[in-house]
Design a protein around this ligand. Structure first.
Ligand code: MN
Length: 228
């Protein structure tokens, strides 16, 4: 067996609630504008247009409870989202089988360099520079479906320094969990270890060093992330 010529990159693996086992991550897909009120606040028509996705890198996931303020920006926004972790995948997954592929759900944040994302949008450029930066996806432990079932309703919220600024309900998603899985599987081959961030409700806004974000989703508890 040939040896690698450089240090091998680590496998990114998320803690699983109530176990000492880990969930290895393959890819991270994120949907844009999946709550009507957030689409409106970003200046878009909330009508059900086709969904669109971008990706973060697996090693952007971070479960330390700290979010280091990133470089090259002066406007970093919080976006609380529910993460969906897949245990299996495939292509052209039928809608009525989509949920069978879900391993579990987790609290997460799609932290965004909004100024850089805005420039990219204006110039028709890709979003990575605004979205897929170091530690841009704080995430909590995965709660297995075998413990908590599937989540299709319940509050999703973010408090900044004790004040609730983002609030919505999972049932307000424009594209529901099974629909996102089916749609993605028509464009990509989904596989075990894929994670989908399912969009953010209204109320996104900037964070500063020293801020404390508390994110919560009914059924997944809550988690505090400090901006450092
Ligand atoms: Mn988002």
């Amino acid at each position: 067996m040939p040896e690698y010529t450089i240090e091998t990159p680590p496998i990114i693996a998320l803690p699983i609630m109530g176990t000492d086992r880990l969930f290895p991550v393959r890819r991270v897909y994120c949907i844009g504008r999946n709550y009507a009120a957030h689409a409106i606040e970003m200046g878009h028509d909330p009508d059900r247009e086709l969904p669109f996705f971008f990706q973060k890198n697996p090693d952007n996931l971070d479960w330390s409870g700290e979010f280091p303020y990133p470089t090259q920006t002066s406007n970093v926004h919080h976006e609380v989202e529910m993460a969906i972790a897949l245990k299996s995948g495939g292509s052209n997954i039928p809608l009525d089988e989509a949920l069978d592929h879900v391993f579990g759900y987790a609290l997460s944040l799609d932290m965004t360099r909004r100024d850089l994302q805005g420039q990219a949008k204006k110039m028709g450029l890709p979003w990575e520079i605004g979205k897929a930066f170091e530690r841009s996806a704080p995430i909590g432990p995965i709660h297995p479906v075998s413990d908590i079932g599937h989540l299709d309703q319940g509050s999703i919220a973010l408090s900044l320094n004790g004040q609730k600024v983002q609030e919505g309900n999972l049932n307000q998603m424009i594209w529901k969990v099974p629909e996102m899985i089916t749609y993605l599987s028509e464009y990509f081959v989904l596989a075990p270890g894929d994670v989908i961030l399912s969009g953010t409700p209204a109320g996104v806004g900037p964070v500063n060093k020293g801020d404390e974000m508390e994110i919560s989703i009914q059924g997944l508890g809550s988690m505090i992330i400090k901006v450092v």
